[in-house]
Design a protein around this ligand. Structure first.
Ligand code: GTP
Ligand code: MG
Length: 336
């Protein structure tokens, strides 16, 4: 598994960074909660309650449904999680300082970058959803190349679930961005995910790349986020199970983005919504769970004359807006 993700020998500077991360303070986990046995902890972890915060903000009903524990236990657990967490209030000033660390990955199209407030943000999950050929994968490839310019030694991780990652395309895009194609290829760690469990495991392994390998990961692409989940759970009447798994996956991604100040870019298909007569009769897979966890959501569609249209759907601080762009051999471009 690790072999798949790790193709590179680490450099000295990376080793140094590794040492630095090791000195971070130890994290309190749900295993440290008084009164939580290993079995309960495992159960909670399995359904996505991987840290204290997720329990502290859960409702008793959610915990009961997820684990089958009693009402009193659930309430107690939430209370303990709340009190053991420094439910830290940050001052607006501190928050602003943290926001200053945010970097914005560029695409090559100013219009698309501006739609997102200057680029694809680190510390966030950005979701692009849209029909086939709308440009989701092209954006993923482009970001994987251009993220490397954000700082020295920056690395992109590409989790490919549909076997659509193309190194040849990376070479074209690197040339288009005026970068050394060999370097660009070297600094993208690709892993093919064969099913949803594998995909989730790979996402967890990114942490190892950062901590053990000392790689400076600035971007994690998951293309596609939902395809495996959708295929595996089709017609099985287990929508709740699927949503729970996706929920867990999203939490891991969100945590990665947040703790390591990296951008998570995920793609998502749309499905037909037959009961809708007006507007665009499509909606993203994964429902409100994916929608809710994504910091930015962009709807992509094909426009006139081979262009693509991106529409910002959900964003914490940007207005809903649209822009056009197009894709050619050298990359993503503004429409003239
Ligand atoms: P699905 O994964 O099928 O849902 O689609 P997608 O949204 O990932 O589409 P993708 O990003 O693969 O878009 C491919 C489109 O990019 C093609 O239909 C082309 O119109 C356009 N494109 C334009 N120029 C190029 C080029 O030089 N290379 C490639 N690969 N695609 C190009
Ligand atoms: Mg694609």
């Amino acid at each position: 598994m690790e072999q798949e993700l790790i193709q590179e020998v680490e450099t000295n500077s990376r080793r140094k960074r590794m040492k630095e991360t090791k000195e971070e303070k130890k994290e309190v986990t749900i295993y440290d909660l008084p009164g939580v046995g290993a079995a309960t902890a495992e159960k909670l972890m399995a359904v996505g309650y991987t840290d204290l915060m997720s329990i502290a903000v859960a409702s008793p009903a959610e915990l009961i449904e997820a684990t089958g524990m009693g009402d009193a236990v659930a309430k107690k657990l939430i209370a303990i999680a709340r009190s053991s967490l420094e439910m830290g209030f940050e001052s607006g000033e501190e928050l602003l300082k943290r926001r200053e660390k945010i970097q914005k990955l560029k695409t090559g199209s100013n219009a698309l970058d501006n739609l997102l407030g200057g680029g694809f943000e680190t510390g966030a999950i950005v979701e692009c959803f849209g029909e086939f050929g709308s440009g989701k994968t092209q954006i993923g490839h482009t970001l994987a190349v251009r993220a490397q310019t954000i700082e020295p030694n920056a690395v992109s991780v590409y989790i490919d679930t549909e076997n659509t990652f193309r190194p040849e395309r990376i070479i074209q895009l690197a040339k288009g961005a005026g970068m050394d194609p060999d370097e660009a290829l070297k600094n993208i760690k690709v892993a093919r995910a064969y099913n949803s469990d594998h995909q989730m495991l790979l996402a967890e392994k990114v942490e190892d790349l950062i901590k053990k390998q000392g790689l400076n990961v600035k971007l994690v692409v998951i293309d596609s986020l939902t395809a495996h989940f959708r295929a595996e759970f089709i017609g099985r009447g287990t929508l709740a199970d699927r949503q729970q798994k996706i929920n867990k996956h999203m939490h891991i991604l969100l945590k990665l983005a947040d703790t390591h100040n990296l951008c998570v870019y995920v793609t998502n298909q749309v499905m037909a919504k037959p009961d809708m007569f007006f507007g665009d009769p499509t909606q993203a897979i994964g429902g409100h769970i994916v929608a809710h966890a994504s910091t930015f959501r962009v709807y992509l569609r094909k426009g006139k004359k081979g262009t693509r249209v991106a529409k910002l759907i959900d964003s914490p601080n940007m207005p809903e807006a649209e822009c056009g762009f197009y894709v050619d051999e050298s990359g993503i471009k503004d429409v003239e």
